[in-house]
Design a protein around this ligand. Structure first.
Ligand SMILES: NC(=O)c1ccc[n+]([C@@H]2O[C@H](COP(=O)([O-])OP(=O)(O)OC[C@H]3O[C@@H](n4cnc5c(N)ncnc54)[C@H](O)[C@@H]3O)[C@@H](O)[C@H]2O)c1
Ligand SMILES: O=C(O)C(=O)C[C@@H](O)[C@H](O)[C@H](O)COP(=O)(O)O
Ligand SMILES: [Zn+2]
Length: 375
């Protein structure tokens, strides 16, 4: 196994520390990499039908090459799969397999599969180990790392879940080659988030190298995934359970989750697209509050538009609730305390903080204006 052209990021969580391996060709090595974690020689792979069709054979061969036998459950693709019904299906399947605590669940797919399979692993027999093999840009830069697992509820996004860290993450960047361009650009919303939340130089790098990423330049992809994962690992290591700084990873998400709930967790708006829209709204709100210069939201909007991702309320097809109804959905956010919404706001590009006393009327005004611009 050669690690040339690859990066490894360690998530430093003491007894639960783990590596995130990033680079092309890791699916072919999955068996050798996972064997030390799967003592029985058997792994339970949870995936979706699209990923299974495109990459299932490669994973089966990779696992077999390392002496591992795979049982596989392929679920329907899409956000609707992060549901109670699908959780029940996963748990029933794992129980029927008689999966023991010394065995391993493998989440093979995007963030939907990672969040769902990770949650199933968290609650099965009060917790079995799991590994992430993320296959979308979004999952490689963000959702496969950090241990947030869960499902959506009609009341709000990710409202049912658990913290459960993976034992290993294998981010095979070559798998991104089959990604639909819309899904790639949605994942880019989370990539941009990392520059905006804490690394202005990385955001400037993205402005220069975004087109290369979009064109599939492997060295640029490995560099971008590694930078995002390193930032996330550093934040998670100091605040695993989001009592403080981890909330910075939620930049754009207070708006994004309300919009995802309002659009019914459907393909009208993908999570990463909602994040891109939310980034614009959070920066606009910050500028209106006098926290950051007006050039900052303009620069964010210009870059996301240049990349071609959905980044404005006007880009979301179909009807949306009014600003008051969106604000009511935002109040369900897990960061809220005593009924007050917590906002992640920006002092500038690359400098953000959690603000607990921002006037929600400003969020309402920003939303109302953006909604009016759709007409
Ligand atoms: N746990 C976390 O920290 C965290 C972080 C960010 C996002 N999330 C969650 O992640 C989810 C979104 O993840 P996502 O954007 O990966 O969506 P997804 O899992 O729905 O994947 C997007 C689509 O891409 C397809 N796909 C996956 N890999 C592919 C490949 N290599 N080639 C072709 N098609 C492929 C899937 O079948 C699916 O249709 C949301 O539910 C979001 O809340 C969680
Ligand atoms: O890992 C985190 O912490 C994040 O906030 C990453 C987000 O990109 C991700 O969408 C996460 O699932 C949101 O968490 P939530 O607690 O707001 O549901
Ligand atoms: Zn997110």
């Amino acid at each position: 196994m050669s690690d040339a052209g690859r990066e490894t990021v360690r998530v430093g969580l003491g007894a639960r520390a783990y590596d995130v391996l990033i680079g092309p060709g890791l699916i072919a090595e999955a068996g050798a990499r996972l064997a030390p974690l799967a003592r029985s020689g058997r792994v339970a792979v949870i995936t979706d039908e699209t990923v299974a069709a495109l990459h299932g054979e490669a994973l089966a061969a990779g696992l077999a090459a390392g002496g591992l036998r795979a049982e596989t459950l392929a679920l329907p693709p899409g956000e609707a799969t992060k549901s109670m019904a699908m959780l029940e299906r996963c748990l029933g399947w794992l129980l029927d397999l008689k999966l023991g605590r010394e065995e391993l669940v493998v989440a093979f797919g995007g963030g939907v599969i990672g969040d769902l399979a990770g949650f199933a692993a968290a609650v099965l027999k009060r917790g079995v180990a799991f590994a992430q093999i993320p296959t979308t840009l979004l999952a490689q830069v963000d959702s496969s790392v950090g241990g947030k697992t869960g499902i959506n509820a009609p009341q709000g996004k990710n409202l049912i879940g658990a913290f459960h860290q993976p034992a290993l993450v294998l981010a095979d960047t070559a798998a991104l080659g089959t990604l639909d361009p819309r899904e790639f650009l949605a994942g880019y919303g989370e990539v941009a988030k990392y520059g905006l939340l804490g690394d202005a130089d990385f955001f400037a790098w993205l402005e220069a190298h975004g087109p290369a990423l979009k064109a599939g330049d492997m060295a640029a992809l490995v560099a971008a995934v590694a930078r995002c994962v390193a930032m996330k690992a550093e934040i998670v290591a100091r605040d695993e359970f989001e009592t403080g700084d981890r909330a910075l990873l939620n930049l754009g998400h207070t708006f994004a989750h309300a919009l995802e709930t309002a659009t019914g967790y459907s393909r009208r708006l993908l999570h990463g697209e909602a994040v891109a829209v939310g980034l614009g709204l959070a920066f606009e709100m910050s500028a209106r509050l006098g926290m950051c210069p007006q050039e900052a939201p303009s620069r964010v909007a210009a870059h996301l538009a240049a990349m071609g991702t959905k980044a404005r309320l006007a880009d979301i097809p179909g009807p949306l609730p009014d600003a008051d109804a969106l604000l009511a959905l935002m109040a369900n956010d897990k960061k809220a305390r005593d009924g007050r919404i917590a906002f992640v706001l920006a002092d500038d590009i690359g400098r953000t903080r959690v603000v607990r006393d921002a006037d929600p009327a400003m969020a309402r005004a920003v939303l109302a204006e953006a909604l009016a611009a759709r007409d």
